[in-house]
Design a protein around this ligand. Structure first.
Ligand code: NAD
Ligand code: WQD
Length: 339
């Protein structure tokens, strides 16, 4: 369905966006990537070509340059937009709230203005499970109350609300906010994956760097949570499953006037210690760790209720924890030694 659609992927050079591009191209969509490379590298475009056998049209621009977005929407006759462009580090957002609100909120507003100007009204937005704040009940379904505890999370919440207002104002708009849980893993080719600058904030890239010997040990933030082994529990989702969820969302958004929020998660929780054990098995390396104090702002457990995604998108995760770890390890090896 809709495979001839022209889709703008804003933030398409990034971790999740690049995987979305592979899935869309292989499904027959025409894709244009727009990115400012603030957290990605132009070489990803060559690697995307190698994976898909197709040239990926690309616009080097900041989403806040509305005129460029307008000309991109027009030149490529765009039907739908997937918007992944934004800043995403929780800790950095506390230190740099102006940059975070500027990039995430102004960027989205500028995109909406450009879409309105060009009569493009189908939008899939990268939201996050962070909008649920500290869970009151688990698993989290889309009716769980929303809240935010840091500027990054608040930017996602503000954008969701802004998009809801836009959809209320005119039934032309068709908007889906995808609330991602914890994306991990890499493309089976090992040519693209998560490539954090500096010290990784997130568990999986950190674990991969400890396994490779780049970092001496993992610090596990707390083992006194009310979870089976005391370490934090998360709903990890393979980035290829996540990417396929975007493809399903593109088909769905075309049929649905209004605003929707949909969880993309597996419904399964894994603790930090379980992740470490799974990664040791996948890599054949040992992962030394030390238990340290809880990280401020962390929650004990976060698990999706993915029922709505199954019902409306006909999508569910299919990849295992083992696949998440082996693909992350293959990508880590490719980056370090090119194998
Ligand atoms: P990423 O940083 O790898 O990708 C974002 C891309 O957007 C980068 O290529 C960056 O250069 C680009 N970009 C940023 N600001 C831009 C701007 N103003 N104009 C144009 N391009 C811009 O991050 P990701 O992990 O791929 O995340 C993609 C989206 O998903 C983000 O919006 C993020 O908040 C959201 N998200 C990510 C996670 C996660 O754990 N990775 C979880 C939930 C939600
Ligand atoms: C997972 C678990 C840590 C690192 C973050 C954002 C969230 C979303 C996804 C964008 C937790 C533990 C981690 C380490 C550890 N991003 N941990 N040692 O915190 O669930 O979510 O990324 O929307 O908004 O907050 O993911 O990978 O950082 O942590 O023990 O060095 O691993 O305490 O239990 P998190 P994470």
């Amino acid at each position: 369905m809709n495979n001839k659609k022209n889709v703008l992927v804003a933030g398409g050079a990034g971790y999740i966006g690049s995987h979305v591009v592979t899935v869309l191209l292989q499904a027959g969509f025409s894709v244009v990537v727009l990115d400012n490379f603030s957290n990605s590298d132009p070489s990803v475009l060559q690697r995307l070509e190698k994976i898909t056998g197709q040239t990926v049209p690309f616009v080097h621009a900041d989403l806040r340059t509305c005129d460029t977005v307008v000309s991109t929407l027009r030149n490529y006759r765009i039907n739908s937009v997937i918007h992944l462009a934004g800043l995403k580090a929780v800790g950095e957002s506390v230190a740099k709230p102006i940059e975070y609100y500027g990039c995430n909120i102004q960027g989205t507003l500028s995109l909406l203005e450009a879409m309105q100007t060009c009569g493009v009204h189908e939008l899939v937005f990268s939201s996050s499970a962070t909008v649920y704040g500290d869970p009151q009940t688990l698993p989290l379904d889309e009716t769980h109350p929303t809240s935010a505890t840091n500027p990054y999370g608040r930017s996602k919440l503000h954008i969701e609300e802004m998009l809801h207002d836009v959809a209320r104002a005119s039934e032309k708009w068709k908007i889906v906010c995808l609330r991602y849980f914890n994306p991990v893993g890499a493309h089976p080719s090992a040519l693209i994956g998560e490539d954090p600058a500096g010290i990784p904030n997130n568990l999986m890239p950190f674990v991969a760097q400890v396994a490779s010997g780049k970092r001496p040990l993992l610090r596990i933030f707390g083992n006194d949570y009310p979870t089976p082994d005391g370490t934090g529990v998360r709903d990890y989702i393979h980035v290829m499953d996540l990417a396929e969820g975007h493809r399903s969302a593109l088909d769905f958004v075309a049929t649905q006037p209004g605003w929707q929020a949909i969880n993309l998660g597996s419904g399964q929780g894994h603790s930090v210690l379980e992740m470490v054990a799974a990664f040791e098995k996948a890599s054949g390396r040992s992962i030394p760790y030390q238990i340290v104090d809880r990280r401020p702002g962390d929650i004990a457990s976060c698990i999706a209720d993915p029922a709505r995604a199954l019902r409306v998108l006909h999508w569910k995760t299919t990849r295992s924890l083992e696949d998440m770890c082996t693909s992350t390890w293959a990508w880590q090896r490719y980056r370090e030694v090119g194998v």
